[in-house]
Ligand binder design. Structure first.
Ligand code: AMP
Ligand code: GLY
Length: 435
């Protein structure tokens, strides 16, 4: 019997997960909550919010869902895995307590110190005066991290005491992000990369390495974003580097979480940096990265249902197989992102794109029927291209694959030229470190 799968989330990451599931021989019906316009072409969109744990639980029961796969960290922190397991439902993702490896900077720092996982040394403070005093006696730039969820705005690299003071005031006196401590750590330098692994307790199954591009504009200029593009096939990470990161960072972290009584059962994402003193952890995330997932999962040759289900049920896995091709993906974002932007601009030209198109923030325009749980959203091809509109900061990601990055880059940029929308921008230099 083919399996029913529910994917939680509605961005490019979830589109890539849905796409990988749709290649599975074991999967029948795919639901995605809440999904988006592109996901609706491959799955049944379900209008339930990703943090509405009870709503999702009821849906999974009433629609005989065999397996649920969680994309966003917010849903994990909301306890979706704990709740599904308590009801005997198979779910891929970490418990709320284990998600602390991402949601609490201090938890992650303590874990790394205790188990000898290489990272910048640090101190944590809850008092503004103490923090300021400590920072003023140390070299700049200073790295200040709010210890909690801060919508990507919790890390400040302060160039001087004035900037550090402003950040500490905002975090510890004005409590801009809420009640929380601040971690002050050493400033590290070197290229950053993302190491995503499937983790089943102490067992770690690495995915291909990738690199995100966090700044909005070419040349790594402009504000930090959720990520403007990514690629696999990093030339600056040697086989030895990868082996070091796998053994001394990813496997150690998985084993540490088992020892702490918080075994991982999902994706562990190492945000790593290759410094002159070796590879170090910048941060851990408890989920697939976005946009990294969109360049990594297309390379998976094994059936992803087996991986997700094996980890969801804590059973043994076959080692996943990966293509030796490389991938390169470019994000198209709304003008103004990551600041204020407008939504609702028509996107034309999506029908004849000859590479993978993942939707990050799109919707069907209201002139056409909206998302339904019972029927696929789109009726005809013509209607589809007419009616898809921008609906987020990051809107689309085009991903091409090839035997080398230059070929993949040429494909992506020539396909992007076919997309017609009045309100999108993108970076022209994705993979510039490698090319
Ligand atoms: P995080 O949210 O911890 O990943 O931090 C966001 C970004 O800040 C990272 O991707 C790095 O570019 C930068 N960053 C964080 N920690 C450090 C550090 N210790 N040294 C240098 N840069 C850092
Ligand atoms: N690409 C960064 C993240 O997913 O956190």
């Amino acid at each position: 019997m083919l399996k029913n799968v529910l994917v939680v989330g509605g961005g490019g990451r979830e589109h890539a997960i849905v796409d990988a599931l749709s290649r599975s021989k074991k999967v029948g019906r795919i639901y995605c909550a809440p999904g988006n316009a592109g996901i609706g072409e491959q799955a049944f969109n379900v209008p339930i919010k990703d943090t509405d744990v009870n709503g999702l639980l009821e849906f999974a029961y009433s629609h005989k869902v065999d397996l649920t796969v969680v994309g966003p960290e917010a849903a994990l922190s909301a306890g979706i895995v704990d709740a599904f397991r308590a009801h005997g439902l198979a779910i891929f993702g970490h418990t709320a307590a284990a998600t602390a490896i991402e949601s609490s900077k201090e938890f992650a720092k303590k874990l790394m110190a205790k188990y000898g996982i290489p990272t910048a040394s640090y101190n944590a403070f809850s008092e503004y005066e103490e923090a300021l005093d400590y920072v003023s006696g140390r070299p700049f730039p200073a790295v200040l991290k709010y210890d909690g969820l801060a919508a990507g705005k919790g890390v400040v690299i302060a160039a001087n005491l004035e900037e550090a003071d402003a950040a500490l005031r905002s975090m510890l006196l004005d409590k801009t992000f809420g009640q929380g401590r601040v971690v002050v750590e050493d400033f590290l330098q070197g290229p950053e990369f993302s190491f995503l692994c499937f983790v089943n307790g102490a067992d770690v199954y690495p995915m291909p390495l990738s690199q995100d591009h966090k700044r909005a504009f070419d040349g790594d200029k402009g504000p930090n974003t959720g990520g403007m593009g990514a690629y696999t096939g990093l030339p600056f990470i040697t086989g030895e580097d990868r082996e070091f990161a796998l053994e001394n960072i990813m496997k150690k972290a998985a084993a540490a979480m088992v020892s702490e009584g918080l075994p991982l059962s999902g994706v562990l994402y190492g945000g790593l940096m290759k410094t002159p003193d070796g590879i170090k952890v910048i941060e851990f995330n408890a989920r697939f990265g976005d946009p990294e997932t969109e360049v990594v999962l297309p390379l998976l040759e094994s059936d992803i249902y087996d991986i997700f289900y094996g980890i969801a049920t804590g059973s043994a896995l076959d080692t996943p197989k990966w293509s030796s091709d490389v991938t390169l993906g470019v994000v198209l974002a709304s003008k103004g992102y990551p600041g204020a932007y407008q939504k609702g601009f028509k996107i034309r030209g999506l029908d004849n794109i000859n590479c993978q198109v993942y939707h990050m923030g799109t919707a069907i325009s209201t002139e056409h029927p909206v998302i339904s749980t019972e029927h696929p959203v789109i009726s005809t091809e013509a209607e589809k291209s007419q009616s898809i509109v921008t609906n987020g900061g990051r809107v689309l990601m085009l991903v091409a694959r090839g035997t080398d990055l230059a070929a993949a880059r040429n494909t992506v940029y020539s396909e992007i030229a076919k997309i017609d929308c009045d309100n999108l921008f993108y970076r022209n230099d994705i993979a510039h470190y490698a090319l």
